[in-house]
Design a protein around this ligand. Sequence first.
Ligand code: FES
Ligand SMILES: [Fe+2]
Length: 434
Amino acid sequence: MLSPEKNERLTRVGPGTAMGELLRRYWWPIATHDMVGRMPVKRRLLGEDLVLFRDAGGQLGLLAERCPHRRASLALGCTEQTGLRCGYHGWLFDAAGRCLEQPGEPADSTFKDRIRATAYRVQELGGLVFAYLGPDTPQQPAPLLPRYDLFVMADCWRDIAHAELPCNFLQIMENSVDPYHVEWLHGRYGSFLKELAGEPPLPVVTKKHIKVAFEVFEHGILKRRVLDGQTEDDEDWKTGHPLVFPHMLRVGAAGLATFQIRVPIDDTHTWHVWYQTYAPGGPVPQQPEIPVYTVPLHDEHGSWLRDYVDGQDIVAWVTQGDIADRSQEHLGRSDLGVIALRRLFAEQMDRVADGQDPICTYRDPAANVQIDLPMEKEKFGSAREFRQIWLTESSIRYSPIRDQVLELFGDTLPGPTPASRGATAALLRSSRPR
Ligand code: FES
Ligand SMILES: [Fe+2]
């Protein structure tokens, strides 16, 4: 249980808040590669309204949405050879925020030299566009964009799924240090839905947790578990997998690996990105580009989709409230990971307030060629069964390349039939959590 004040401190992400200042020390995905082009697009990150564009010269730019002249939206602008021209009166801004032209002002005016649009750094990596909204001066330079392994590694295919969720980012991150939910939310509840729809229960996720542990380490929190029938010699305990601070879970097995990236749009909305990689071992044919797709949240009747693992996670996060009221919760021993994560956030907010870099900020290019993260290859005691679940029961089920991925791995998966899917959907309509 937290006081309302502590809950506010952990969940408010806007400028000037303690969490907002911490999160501004990191690079955040702000768009997928297909979203950015000559037409400027509105994006919102950490409570700030922004406009992202690529000018005709190829330069990416990210500016505060409101034009410094008379506050019109720069999303109503034209990209030019250099920069973005406001659609209202034609003031032209480059990607650094300099005002290059003010067509309505006298030719000899120096007024433009005293005007700046708020501009932020943007950089592309692995099919995502990343933005940095924090301190960026010679005294306090921006850190490097971390080159985490899944963004840069060779010999794999990738796809990127995404969805906008109506809740605060922290309750989603807390789920990543909450191993017990797997056997209950996905194991029991997920199998309950399948049972009523006449489908077999999900394999492996029903296994009971005998022991869990959380270790704060250089990349965040390493999560370990021993499941029923396992020992500490199994990879789920020996290797585990990480919550990458402050915003990602790395999860997968058997050549599948996913970053679940939780991007705070504002206090009550999170852009969830599933960054998937498929590496069967050895060279794979080159992808022409990384496919991007959205994950549906509701069925045609407006009910939350709950007939698969990610849908069950989403509905659990969202029904905790737009910002979970932690003054009303009751934590037990099974919540030690959640407590560890809140403590880590609190410590890192204090570091930033003291003028120090928080963990997971990179400034040495030699240490940032490829940041390899630990993750078990053999998961839940059965890598192949885990892969089967991941390909049928995760957001990958919506991937436009799912069938090719099956071929890549040489897998044939039974999966639910269309008829039983219909039965599940009908069942879910009968109870609609809000
Ligand atoms: S409001 Fe943008 S140029 Fe006038
Ligand atoms: Fe889950």
